[in-house]
Design a protein around this ligand. Structure first.
Ligand code: ADP
Ligand code: MG
Length: 249
């Protein structure tokens, strides 16, 4: 069960339509073929359904807060961020969806062209800025600084949703700079809602149905609570394609 069906104008856009300013006519996300406008809360018991439904009432947008979805790959972070974005669009709010990598690439390009401030003003325009996939790809040198400038410009002026597979303690590694990470978290945790998803990958569940029971039983489908990725020790696993950390976002 989930919030509401996608309006036809949104679902019609199909894949690859992310990264647009939204005003009710555009989809704020990459629609994958696996996308469904319903979210099965029974699959993620660690999620407080009422809390998500409260977020869907969009008070956080009006209060210019930051909502963080944290958890391992496949647990529905992008799905929930997108669904909230759709709700905001339907409520007439402007929403922009991007990944951290795309956002930083865009800011870096504008900086090279001497138009950084203009680009930051552009990203300050939407009422809600969704930044997906923090922590999946290494941030390029100087990227954390660019992201900080944007976050600082939006701070207390516009809402954000951020999704990450990494805990806040790891942001120093993610951004390659503990000072920038601390400054980012200072802004992003001040007026913040943190939703930690501690559960199994919905994607792996789908794969699991195709896998024999003896493979399924090796704790791949029901990993323990979300924890920072461990440095690999010893020999690599025999089935690396089944490893949780190798699943792309
Ligand atoms: P994450 O961003 O945490 O890696 P996604 O939100 O991309 O995960 O979810 C992976 C896929 O599984 C998407 O197609 C998403 O729609 C679907 N999905 C994840 N969790 C659920 C759920 N609880 N109910 C229904 N579909 C889900
Ligand atoms: Mg994701």
């Amino acid at each position: 069960m989930w919030i509401t069906p996608l309006p036809p104008s949104l679902s019609a856009l199909g894949e690859g339509s992310h990264g647009s300013i939204l005003n009710g006519n555009y989809a704020p996300y990459r629609l994958s073929s696996a996308w469904k406008p319903t979210f099965d809360f029974t699959f993620q018991p660690s999620l407080d359904r009422d809390r998500i439904l409260t977020l869907a009432q969009l008070g956080f947008v009006d209060r210019h807060e930051a909502v963080h979805f944290l958890g391992p790959p496949g647990t529905g972070k992008s799905h929930l961020a997108t669904a909230l974005g759709v709700e905001a669009v339907k409520a007439g709010k402007s929403v922009y969806f991007t990944t951290l990598a795309d956002l930083i690439a865009s800011l870096a390009r504008s900086e090279r062209e001497g138009r950084l401030q203009e680009r930051i003003r552009f990203f300050c325009r939407p009422s809600l800025l969704i930044v997906d996939e923090i922590g999946y790809l290494p941030v390029v040198h100087g990227g954390g600084n660019l992201f900080f400038q944007l976050v600082n410009a939006r701070y207390e002026r516009g809402a954000m949703i951020l999704t990450s597979n990494r805990g806040f303690a790891e942001w120093g590694d993610v951004f390659g700079d503990p000072v920038v990470a601390t400054a980012l978290l200072d802004r992003l945790l001040h007026h913040a809602v943190i939703v930690q998803i501690e559960g199994s990958s919905y994607r792996l569940r789908q794969h699991a149905e195709l896998m024999p029971e003896h493979v399924r039983s090796k704790a791949l489908i029901a990993p323990p609570a979300f924890a920072p990725p461990q440095k690999p020790r010893g020999r690599p696993p025999k089935n690396p394609q089944l490893s949780l950390s190798s699943t792309s976002a």
